[in-house]
Design a protein around this ligand. Sequence first.
Ligand code: ATP
Length: 588
Amino acid sequence: MEFAILSETFNKMESTRKRLELTQFLVELFEKTSNEVISKIVYLLQGKLRPDFEGVELGIAEKLAIRAISKSSGIPVKKIDEEYKKEGDLGHAASIILEQKTQTTFLVEDITVERVYETLLKIAKLEGARSQDMKIKYISSLLNDASPLEAKFILKILLGTLRLGVAENTVMDALAITFSENKENRKILQHAYNVSSDLGEVAETIAKKGLKGIEEFKITLFNPIRPMLADRIRSEEEAAEKFGSKFAAEYKLDGERVQLHIEGDKVILFSRSLENISNYYPDIIEKIPKRIQADNVILEAEAVAINENTGQFLPFQELMHRRRKYKIEKAVTQYPITVNFFDILFCNGSSCLEMDYKDRRTRLEKVLKEDEFAKHIPMAIMNNGDDVSEFMENSINAGSEGLMLKMLDKPYQAGSRGSHWLKLKREYQNELGDSLDLVVIGGYFGKGRRTGNYGTLLLATYDEDEDTFTSICKVGTGFTDESLDQLYQILNSKVTIKKNPRIDTEMEADVWFEPELVIEVVASEITISPIHKAARNKIRKDAGLALRFPKFTGKIRIEKTVEDASTNEEVITLYQGQKKVAHDKSLM
Ligand code: ATP
């Protein structure tokens, strides 16, 4: 398939943010796409080469791309640099420059999607001393044969700046329309995606085998399953109100969620955002397979840092020390953990997702033999709000965050935040009842003791419908000197010349960041805001929502992707809950 077709579609998609239009462009594209190439197109659309969990990173530095453009066009690096500074986007700058190309190539080879994809994959896999030169060679060979528009998108993919605003849901809508003529069939596609986390494979299956193939889609060991999430509640009474009598409560431990795929000695660990995190936990890889009494399993657990002397659970931040490339063995002994299992998703070649909670827990207890390192998460059956209060107290005393409440007769709903699991967290000094995980989009230079650091950050929620990041507050409290330094280090690599188009705000900032980092904040209240863009027009026309007195909790949520950040829907729910509490209080 000609790459020109893809780049023309990308070009049209860049000009709109409207979901219906984007879907229509995708349908037209998929109609022209052969079954052999559709998975590649689905990955490229999202600026990827493979599903996230495979960890294939292109990671081309701008400098290297500039050298490649220069090599292919004969235009000096300095001139390209200048054009880039003017345009703020290297892909766009390259397309302008290549219009004025001075070097002519005589043998022009066709640019196909297959060729671009395979070349990009080769570039991603290059390592070692000579890899830079090889990368430049591959990139310039593509650019030699590319039209300016094709070059623009090849570079955007290479640099990770292709932002078409197509969320997974939009891709699935378009697949359902193209291959089943009915958008409603998206639900069936959604299930396949939830159990495979691989949109390319889902696309190829529906293209080749139709809806029937999708209905028969099975869990594959070592492909992560998208996790089930919980709704938040504010009180023990609310638990009893929502669940009636008889439900399960488990400790909500403050660690890292780990999905373990195990067959014999082979183990792969995935994080909450489905990143392969096996390297950080050699102790889990070594010890857990010995505790498993099944041929193969997929289990879920919370890995928690502990105080080895007292056995007390330690906060999540302790696990940050394990996120390192080197000397991981030392970190393993310095920061010991226990692994606390709470679910089983697959066992001996069959899915357990359809089993109800009770049966899954029984199966889990049979399959995993406990010891000092591997534990079943503490669980008890609740009959009323009082039971919940008592168990909550035990949980907090043990050093955990609160409780997870789970309905006994419900299946595991992969990939959804449903009402079959509820989370009840210890009260923060936070009248909202829960913290928010927000995306850092901008920064302001500090004064006084904070000179040389970002003293205040501009934060955003995730707008799922638009696939954008909408500003909700500035935060300047809750930082220690250490956390300011740490944030500065992380954020400095994310500074951009121009504001990323997915950022939706009217605020100004000293610097803009690529929306890539999530931090946790608490606040006293959610208020109507004329300036912020979160939940704009949802509660009041021409106004959004903002946080009042936001405060950083000290938690950098490295395990969350920006799409996992708090959504505008969640903020609206909190806003409405807060109004209800105020109303109830006024009646007392
Ligand atoms: P939070 O920000 O509160 O950690 P989250 O958005 O990561 O929440 P939620 O579904 O809201 O996800 O809360 C569940 C999280 O709590 C899980 O992702 C997991 O890491 C953790 N957890 C701790 N104990 C349990 C448990 N017993 N069952 C399920 N999840 C647990």
